[in-house]
Write a protein that binds this ligand. Structure first.
Ligand code: ZN
Length: 476
């Protein structure tokens, strides 16, 4: 049996978070709004209506290009891509063709601790199409999305497996989120991707015929579709047939790719420079200004966190995954000399738990200073860790002041030696066997006795002090 190598190129479409559409002043937000309410003569292609370029969309695309180590082209031309489809009111899409805004970049990805560089051929700007809604025997069209700025990021063919494709997409989403260029939300269609997949016998130069797979609407479908398509192409070749150049659609429900149409070539679109728009010349100042505006990017941030806070690789990758989380982490550290590891444990534990169960996308409702306060109160022995968690949940759900909640719920820790010694004496009297074992040199039952003391004090005893006192009474 022959062995094959997989060759993948990715095209990722990212909807930009601008206030208005790409070429008109209609709001770009098209989620949860009345169909066709965000439309005007420009984005519905009325005769004589003229487009005006959205500068913010240009900025966000160029910033993405810079983050992907691309060259920003000072000479830019928008082009008409001609095709007919009911969701495209103009009968053409304004896109970029031979002169994209950004080209020749790269991004480093990681899979199973292996680093790899993926080449970025181009990042260009275009407009989104409307949406068709099929209902029964008829189809409805909503043009709210028509003309929303859409950025397309195209890789070279250096991706070799579904794992690398997955890692690449994760990285792209992280970067566009860091730049606040897009929500990167695949479920909502704010990020969509297509994969060009081919295989060739190992150690050969010539590329096989590539098949374009569309409808990859989730990270999982990207992985599954590539795995399926590679297997299908191997089978075609092993049966003595040839792979045809077609466009396939991924059917997530059935887990297979289906042929949609034979692949168009760029000639089919009859590209020509958009006559309603002037060519664009970006000057150095404009580009330099964007460079200075770039936020700290994930890789740089991860390196800084490693050298500055001494966190391990795993913790850093989780904390820097999302920019708002890493900002929250650093905000905690600005208060009261908080230990970075303690802040990390809170974020990985309670913060993520509540974000997953309680939050509806509004971020973290507890101010960083309140969490810093709780960590300090634990360190000072005023409350124990369990009580701190209770206060944190209360702050998350209802807000307030940590100290007020501690007083109202009577959560202050018992650190009074006399009171604790009494509780310990009672527990020892009730559990003579455990006490005897400890006196005999077996220290294991100390944990059990501590548990009993915590129970007797309704969780308020200072655990460190309880342990010390038990040892003092039974071991020394
Ligand atoms: Zn409009």
């Amino acid at each position: 049996m022959s062995t094959f190598e997989t060759i993948i190129g990715m095209e990722v479409h990212v909807e930009l978070q601008t206030k208005s559409k790409m070429f008109c002043s209609c709001p770009a937000d098209h989620f949860h709004v009345e169909p066709n309410s965000h439309t005007c003569p420009v984005c519905t292609a009325q005769p004589g209506a003229l487009p005006v370029i959205n500068e913010r969309a240009m900025q966000l695309t160029a910033m993405t290009g810079l983050a992907l180590n691309c060259e920003i082209q000072s000479h830019n031309v928008f082009a008409r891509k001609n095709y007919v489809y009911p969701d495209l009111p103009k009968g053409y899409q304004i896109s970029q063709y031979d002169l994209p805004l950004c080209k020749n970049g790269y991004i480093d990805i990681e899979t199973d601790d292996k680093k790899k560089r993926i080449g970025i051929e181009r990042v260009h700007l275009e407009e989104d199409t409307g949406k068709l809604i099929h209902s029964g025997r008829s189809s409805l069209v909503d043009y709210n999305r028509a003309g929303v700025p859409l950025m397309e990021i195209v890789t070279d063919s250096s991706i070799r497996s579904e794992d690398e494709a997955f890692a690449y997409l994760t990285k792209i989403r992280q970067i566009v989120r860091y730049l606040e260029a897009s929500s990167g939300d695949m479920e909502k269609g704010a990020m969509r991707c297509e994969a060009n997949i081919s295989i060739r016998p190992l150690h050969t130069e010539k590329y096989g015929t590539k098949v374009e797979v569309k409808n990859l609407n989730s990270f999982r479908s990207v992985r599954n579709a590539i795995e399926y398509e590679v297997k299908r192409q191997k089978q075609v070749i092993e049966e003595g047939n040839t792979v045809r150049q077609v466009t396939m659609g991924w059917d997530e429900g059935s887990g297979i790719t289906r042929e949609q149409r034979s692949k168009e070539t760029s000639e089919d679109y009859r590209y020509f420079p958009e006559p309603d728009l002037l060519n664009i010349h970006l000057n150095e100042d404009w580009i330099d200004h964007l460079k200075s505006d770039l936020p700290e990017l994930p890789t740089t941030k991860a390196d800084r966190f490693s050298s500055r806070y001494g966190l391990n690789h795993q913790d850093i990758s989780v904390i820097t995954e999302d920019r708002s989380i890493s900002d929250y982490f650093e905000a905690i550290l600005t208060f009261d000399n908080i230990d970075p590891k303690q802040a990390t444990n809170w974020i990985l534990g309670e913060v993520f738990r509540l974000l997953n169960t309680e939050s509806e996308g509004d971020g973290i409702p507890v101010p960083a200073k309140d969490l810093a306060k709780l960590i300090t109160l634990v360190n000072e022995g005023i409350i124990n860790q369990n009580a701190a968690r209770t206060v944190f949940v209360e702050l998350w759900e209802h807000g307030g002041n940590p100290e007020d909640i501690i007083n109202a719920k009577g959560l202050s820790q018992i650190s009074d030696k006399t009171e604790l010694e009494q509780a310990i004496a009672q527990v020892i009297a009730a559990e003579p066997e455990a006490a005897e074992k400890i006196q005999g040199g077996n220290l294991k039952p100390i944990q059990f006795l501590m548990g009993q003391v915590m129970k007797a004090t309704r969780g308020k005893a200072n655990p460190k002090l309880v342990q010390e006192l038990i040892k003092k009474q039974l071991v020394q």
